[in-house]
Design a protein around this ligand. Sequence first.
Ligand SMILES: Cc1ncc(COP(=O)(O)O)c(C=O)c1O
Length: 377
Amino acid sequence: MEFIDLKAQQKRIRTRIEDRFKQVLDHGRYIMGPEVRELENQLAGFVGVRHAITCSSGTDALLMALMALDIGPGDEVVTVPYTWISTAEVIALLGATPVFVDVLPGTFNMDPDLIEGAISPNTRAIMPVSIYGQCADMTRINNIAQKHNLPVIEDAAQSFGATHHGLRSGGLSTIGCTSFFPSKPLGCFGDGGAIFTDDDTLAEKMRQIRVHGQKVKHQHPLVGINGRLDTIQAAVLLEKLAIFPEECRLRHEIGRRYDELLADISELTIPEIASGNQSVYAQYTVLTRDRDSLSASLKAEKIPSVTYYTKPLHLQGAFADLGHAAGFFPIAEKIARDCLSLPMSPYLSFEDQKRVAAGILSHQQERYEQTASESIA
Ligand SMILES: Cc1ncc(COP(=O)(O)O)c(C=O)c1O
């Protein structure tokens, strides 16, 4: 069993991808070839926004979004400590300060109740993360942002395809950023990402930043980056996007099946999906106090599992200058201590899901027996 089965997907569409590769090799426009624009049109339609701007990675998508908002030294951006480092890294990279607020214990996403306490006169944006494939509470976050006249950047790196009250992740706020890293719900064969917005001015600025600040060749009124998506990756994504709505449906079904299989295992807390949300389960992540022993026991049964973010960002050396200590963000710290992600992909069979559940059950049984014999001794 694979943790994320990319091979099954490749097998399904390999010929179509090879045909796309041939087309790229034939026209030879490896940078900003026609596939890039074709993909951007399709992505904008899928997300339901006016502009989709493809780019070199999810990290660069976030970076360009912040650059377009002119965020820099002295500015603060409210975000979460329980995420991949890119989210706060890009804020720090621009000389601004990430201001962390804790996450909710059920969804692992930004706790909207804590946002206003973190807003100061220096706050320039709010950057929630839609973690593990489920949107943050974008309705409440947008309302708070509107009250304070702040833009919202959704880090939708893990949630492309998810919906929040029927609207797609990425299209829920001022700017949405996603990643096409191979293991993401929509992944290419390397690094890639995209930015979404309805704002024409920001879109134009981000397109300019993507090519070293140029609108006209060799004129650089802005400082930008080399942030383009390769044509060959756009070609891959076009074929993957064609089957993506079906894959989202399969992910949803597989998530529900896990819920049913694992609901009665007292050792585990299964993921909570907030009302109005449909997750794409970039990860199916459970909480257990026995995480390391469960992971080892599953490994012995040849069942892969992964622990993401064992150390939240406020405790990372990269952010030591913020002066945070253990205990500052207790929910993020608890999730980091207890989380375990189980095998997940649209191609995970019911048989394999039953094997995962049986592996967890037998671990629980072993622990009971161990505890019982220890208490007798
Ligand atoms: C929440 C989050 N933000 C940002 C990123 C960065 O994406 P990329 O790896 O494409 O730069 C990731 C990727 O792992 C992510 O999970």
